[in-house]
Design a protein. Structure first.
Length: 255
């Protein structure tokens, strides 16, 4: 017996209507969420991980990570990630430069426009031993602090973010934070210390603002959950692989 219903012939249209309503609800929910931008001091972040490995080898997993996925673990339910901006400089060492390139390119392949790289530069700086007067040449990173400061303030001026999440324990970044707190009080400020890094000056300043810093060393599981596959393909067929030196330091095998 054939069933008849006043909905006969309308089911496909209703299905599409239901889908569009759900889509509209999702868009409206995202519109109400606050935009969060992460500003990562790459030098401070990398060497924090490197020091952490000396204390606990499990931090060897933290080299080859999806930075965007890691940062998403530090936002609230009323927030949505706008972008992660990674500030760094190309090392003068060929080996270090190759490892850094693999890491940055893999992240760019995975996250596209949600991951931005801003580069400073390394310069050779001469130091003199006070005892033997021997001259020592050491690379020194330049422009990173300035680049971070300018970008945070620029984003406040152009209203491209509702919340600034700074990953660094560098006290040189206190002045721009103080300026933003004073001139853009509607912008939420959060400071996240890389593992093994700490600044009492920064922590005390945040406390005076009735806030507190977040310690990455207490959030190791978020790093483990953000480990990338050993091989990350791109849309044009390239593959970026975990450097052998970093693979050897991994505490577990990620397949």
């Amino acid at each position: 017996m054939q069933r008849h219903s006043f909905l006969n012939g309308y089911e496909p249209r209703l299905s599409w209507l239901f889908f569009l309503v759900l889509l509209l609800i999702c868009v409206m929910e995202n519109d109400n969420k606050k935009l969060v931008t992460f500003y990562i001091d790459g030098f401070n972040f990398y060497y924090g991980i490197k020091r952490s490995i000396l204390a606990d080898e499990k931090w060897g997993n933290a080299y080859w990570i999806d930075i965007v996925k890691l940062c998403e673990g530090f936002i609230g339910p009323d927030e949505v990630l706008a972008k992660v901006i990674y500030f760094t400089a190309t090392p003068l060492s060929i080996g270090k430069s190759a490892r850094q390139s693999a890491f940055l390119n893999a992240n760019k392949a995975l996250n596209k426009e949600r991951f931005e790289i801003v580069r400073g530069k390394y310069l050779e700086k001469q130091y003199e031993c006070p005892s033997c007067k021997t001259k020592i040449s050491r690379p020194e990173e330049k422009k990173t602090d300035v680049n971070i400061s300018v970008r945070m303030i620029r984003d406040c001026i152009h209203r491209t973010t509702d919340s600034i999440n700074l990953i660094s324990a560098d006290t040189d970044l206190l002045p721009p934070l103080e300026l933003i707190k004073s001139d853009f009080p509607e912008i939420k400020l959060k400071v996240i210390f890389p593992p093994s890094n700490y600044s009492h000056d920064v922590a005390n300043t945040l406390q005076s603002w009735k806030s507190k810093v977040v310690l990455m060393k207490n959030n190791y599981k978020r790093f483990e959950n953000a480990v990338m596959p050993d091989n990350v393909p791109t849309e044009d067929g390239k593959i970026y692989s975990i450097p052998a030196e970093w693979k050897a330091k991994q505490f577990f095998q990620k397949f």
